[in-house]
Ligand binder design. Structure first.
Ligand SMILES: N[C@@H](CCC(=O)N[C@@H](CS)C(=O)NCC(=O)O)C(=O)O
Length: 228
């Protein structure tokens, strides 16, 4: 089994964390999306979107991190996908993560990191839209997490990984999650209690550090370097 991914990618992290958490034996194929390595003919043949992660398991070729994770828990068995009502709630939060929660954070990443790297000034209207989205959905997740240990029930599920992925660049793209104490406490719990989550955070930071150094070395007019 092979996982193609960029180690700084929050979506790659969602599947990498599940592979580590379940102790699955796999080969990691590391790509650099900033160098266009997700758009090579080989990658496009696996995923025409030119995106990672991609899982290849014999004749099974899968993209979309949530689909990969569902495949993994079905193949290897795991309570990351609980039964009954909690299963439905896990799906609910996974879809909510995709449709609502992850609306803003990728935009912030492109504006604050991607564009800085490409010497393009950020678009303040997009930043404002992304921040509004993050606050809107942050308030909803915060209210849900108040008094709860994890998103569904008392143990982690695939929904926690899907939602927590947006924390991958918290120090770099700076979403305003500190305004939401229950969200912050839940994410800290994940880091403290789920070794695969802390491990993949460290891996992403290590991959992104040189990228941030090269951005900080630039002095592009109109690009906000605060916090780099
Ligand atoms: N919906 C996809 C999103 C995957 C995605 O956005 N991957 C990004 C990195 S986080 C990527 O590969 N970008 C490369 C590109 O767009 O060229 C999933 O959940 O797996």
């Amino acid at each position: 089994m092979k996982l193609y991914g960029d180690l700084g990618s929050g979506s790659t992290r969602r599947s990498l964390a599940v592979l580590y958490h379940l102790g699955i034996d796999f080969e990691l194929v590391v790509l650099d999306l900033f160098k266009g390595e997700t758009h090579t003919p080989e990658l496009l043949a696996l995923n025409p979107n030119g995106m990672v992660p991609v899982l290849v398991d014999d004749d099974v070729v899968l993209y979309e991190a949530s689909a990969i994770n569902l495949y993994l828990v079905e193949k290897f068995g795991s309570d990351l996908l609980p039964k009954g009502k909690d299963r439905a709630l896990t799906f609910q939060w996974m879809f909510w993560a995709a449709e609502e929660w992850r609306e803003g954070p990728p935009l912030l990443f492109i504006e604050r990191i991607g564009k800085a790297l490409m010497d393009i000034p950020q678009n303040n209207a997009i930043v404002e839209f992304a921040e509004e989205s993050i606050r809107k959905y942050g308030a909803i997740l915060d209210a849900h997490l108040e008094g709860r240990r994890y998103v569904v029930g008392d143990a982690i599920t695939l929904a926690d990984f899907d939602l927590a992925a947006t924390f991958t660049h918290i120090t770099r793209s700076r979403p305003a999650y500190e305004e939401f104490p229950s969200v912050m406490a839940w994410h800290q719990r994940l880091l403290d209690e789920v070794p695969a989550w802390a491990r993949t955070r460290d891996i992403a930071d290590e991959r992104m550090n040189p990228v941030m150094v090269s951005i900080a070395a630039k002095n592009v007019e109109g690009v906000d370097h605060h916090g780099l």
